[in-house]
Write a protein that binds this ligand. Structure first.
Ligand code: SF4
Length: 281
């Protein structure tokens, strides 16, 4: 897919987000990390993949940032929680790398997705990289938990063609137990995107015994349908691919006994979303 040679040295190479990555940015001084966060001239990426068909419309280049303030019990990439686990990369190099795929992405009706971790932990870097993609006429998507959505100005929202918004669970207490934080900022961000008519795909991870309460799912469906800007709902079955990361990082993984949901269970939840008029899959 690349059109030609890199426009200079880059710190990126395509790697799977499922690889455990730690301390790749540990050599960067804390003051430099802080300066980078303020300026957005440098960011930290866990990995960088090409040819993804599951991270937004069409075929995507995906950059996975490090840094997340949430602690979801089912997180499959806990190595992304710590920002300095990622590779430090300048905005110029990240944009140059992305530029190599510009023509191929156009032909395949795809684009660029910034995922994580939580990309808006590095909001200035995210804004600059998304703006660089837009300047190259590349479709832009961000996958976010929405918690830091208020860090983006209205003008900056315009540089994002699609927001893939994770809604984890509806009940506030359950949300706090599952993620460690409150749900309110996520819902406020969703309402703000709706008011500005910015498209959303809702992502909902179905975890048996944790997020599958029928009344809770119905609340999320009702909320999503009421927004008017949700083009799609993706019901993602829980899996155990990230368990080894929890073990290797010495973290307390509490879902060892949880099995992925059945196909029927996923279909049942999709039906709840569809019953509200949403396009769910
Ligand atoms: S918001 Fe995403 S990256 Fe952060 S802990 Fe939850 S699942 Fe993991």
């Amino acid at each position: 897919m690349p059109e030609g040679q890199a426009a200079g040295p880059v710190a990126l190479e395509a790697r799977s987000p499922y690889e455990l990555r730690v301390n790749l940015g540990a050599g960067v001084a804390e003051t430099d990390v802080r300066t980078a966060l303020v300026s957005g001239e440098m960011g930290f990426l866990h990995s960088f993949t090409t040819g993804s068909a599951v991270d937004g419309p069409g075929v995507r280049v995906v950059a996975w940032t490090t840094g997340c303030m949430w602690r979801c019990q089912y997180c499959h990439n806990p190595d992304t929680w710590t920002m300095t686990n990622g590779i430090p990369v300048t905005i110029a190099n990240a944009a140059a790398e992305l530029g190599k795929y510009r023509r191929g992405l156009k032909v395949m009706g795809g684009g660029f997705t910034l995922s994580g971790g939580e990309p808006l932990m590095q909001d200035r870097f995210a804004v600059k990289l998304l703006a660089a993609a837009k300047a190259m006429d590349i479709h832009t998507t961000i996958e976010t938990n929405g918690y830091n959505g208020d860090r983006l100005s209205d003008a900056e929202l315009e540089t994002i063609d699609l927001v893939m918004l994770g809604i984890k669970v509806w009940d506030p207490e359950r949300h706090r137990r599952l993620t460690g934080v409150e749900i309110r900022p996520t819902l406020e961000f969703a309402r703000r995107l709706a008011a500005r008519q910015r498209p959303i795909w809702v992502r909902f991870v179905l975890v048996p015994g944790l997020t599958d309460d029928p009344a809770d799912v119905a609340q999320i469906a009702g909320f999503a349908a009421s927004l008017g800007n949700v083009d799609r709902v993706e019901v993602l079955p829980f899996h155990q691919l990230g368990r080894y990361k929890w073990e290797q990082l010495g973290l307390n993984y509490t879902l060892n006994e949880v099995k992925p949901p059945t196909v029927e269970a996923v279909q049942k939840v999709c039906a709840v979303f569809r019953a509200t008029g949403l396009n769910a899959q």
